[in-house]
Design a protein around this ligand. Sequence first.
Ligand SMILES: *Cc1c(COP(=O)(O)O)cnc(C)c1O
Length: 366
Amino acid sequence: MIRERHLFGPGPSNPYPEATRALAEPLLGHLDPEFLRIMDETCEMLRTVWGTSNTRTLPLSATGSAGMEAAFVNTVHPGDVVVVAVNGLFGQRMTDVAARCGAEVVAVEHEWGRPVDVDRVLSAHPSPAIIAAVHAETSTGVRSDVAALGAGKGDALLLVDAVTSIAGIELRADDWEIDLGYAGTQKCLGVAPGLAPFTINDRAFERRVEKPRSWYLDLGMLGGYVGEAGVKDGGAGQRTYHHTAPTAMVNSLHGGLTRILEEGLDTVWARHQAAGDALQAGLEEMGLELFAAEGSRLPELTTVKVPEGVDSAAVRKELLARHGIEIGAGAGAYAASVWRIGLMGRNARPDAVLLVLAALKDVLGR
Ligand SMILES: *Cc1c(COP(=O)(O)O)cnc(C)c1O
């Protein structure tokens, strides 16, 4: 018997029903006109959730990490200086990916749990080709001010990881002068994992993208894949075969995005904020201490310190066994000393907050 699980961890959360239903629909061929329409609409809805008018906005057929890889492999030329703000696991991953693309990486290290120090990042190098940062660090539950990085970036390109921020907290790629960015489907978008919503503006594309070392992630070739829909000629273009689109996944993302835009992006952000605020207040009322710095806490991913003398793994196991609730362990050095509780997409609701608080109280005996 399959039992419903309430997933509160930073991994895939309970998807929106619209996204799940779409997966059960008959499969469309990847060149079926109906699918092409769904793909075009998906790209259009992605522009809305990214806050961009970039024509080159599309779901890459790969996970969020491959979105990261696509961002760097397309824009880093060997020897380029890339400044990376590192305040958690995903910033660290960026330094590794950028280095493998041949960048001279300038890593600006921060204490985990703290937001990115904008002044330090902007003054780390006089003329970087790229400045990269994670908007919402899922490993620590911290939000950073990417708008300030955009305002101060000078001639550099701003590359942003929006995997956990997209459709969860305010994100305005164009207003904030984000030149390129990648996201994921399984966080606040509330869809199964496996696609990387990607966007790049003309400035970045024309300046940097020229026959990258990766064939599959070459953004220059992917314009044809999305039918040049809006990429060059406003949607009338030819579809060229690049790879077989994961039609079920794109259809599912279409379902999730439709649901989000029907609710309204502002309402969805407010719903995440209210859920996160309520959870964090409830945890503090229980006498627990939050990990992320006050003022920079993400509503969709709450980090909380494991109390002295409590076995972190045992509590997570009991939550799952007794209540069907899965919360995340901490990342990196904080694996045993921090819990990560996600309230993403469909899980960002008042009743989910009450449920996870009650279950934690029960298991902790508080
Ligand atoms: C989850 C996540 C990723 C990686 O996405 P995958 O789909 O697991 O490859 C990258 N960055 C951040 C901030 C994330 O939360």
